[in-house]
Design a binder for this molecule. Structure first.
Ligand SMILES: C[S@@+](CC[C@H](N)C(=O)[O-])C[C@H]1O[C@@H](n2cnc3c(N)ncnc32)[C@H](O)[C@@H]1O
Ligand SMILES: [Zn+2]
Length: 150
């Protein structure tokens, strides 16, 4: 079978899932963001949110430490487990939050997939809803006048 290839694109051979090319760039939302480097169809798997697999107790400790610096890196998988993208994370760690996102997360076992919530055009910034819990200290800048907090 001939497989289309472009720099940065990835074929997950075990699952035969084509992962689209994405790139990290400075974002208008915050710091670094991740952008589509090719058109991405709705529901496509984009990337898995990688990071060290840690127990909830450890995650809470690290989250508090990261939050003091205004950062969110721990992604909660379930009541028992989280992934800390600050340790062993990939480019997914730079995907910003939006209250009207174009992507969504889906947990399969202990893998956190980021998938396209709609058709995404090349050049668009990728966003998903962080669904944060807790103190919510960070003002959301997803759009002018957004009153939500992360
Ligand atoms: C997983 S990181 C995303 C990458 C981040 N932009 C960077 O440069 O490191 C999450 C952090 O990005 C910031 N962030 C993400 N989405 C945001 C938003 N909609 N409004 C304000 N800050 C946001 C917050 O500081 C949050 O702690
Ligand atoms: Zn918002």
């Amino acid at each position: 079978m001939t497989q289309p290839r472009s720099p940065g694109s990835v074929w997950r051979m075990a699952r035969r899932i084509y992962l689209p090319k994405i790139i990290r760039r400075r974002s208008k939302l915050h710091g670094w963001g991740v952008f589509a480097a090719e058109d991405i169809n709705k529901n496509k798997y984009i990337i898995d949110y990688d990071g060290e697999l840690i127990r909830q107790k450890e995650s809470e400790k690290r989250e508090a430490r990261y939050l003091r610096k205004g950062c969110i890196w721990c992604f909660r998988i379930n009541r028992a487990w989280s992934r800390d993208a600050n340790v062993g994370g990939n480019v997914a760690r730079f995907i910003n939050h939006s209250c009207t996102p174009n992507a969504y997360s889906q947990i399969v076992d202990k893998t956190i997939w980021i998938r396209a919530g709609r058709n995404i055009k090349k050049g668009e910034e990728l966003t998903y809803d962080y669904n944060t819990e807790g103190d919510k200290t960070i003002a959301c800048r997803c759009r002018p006048g957004c009153k939500n907090r992360l």
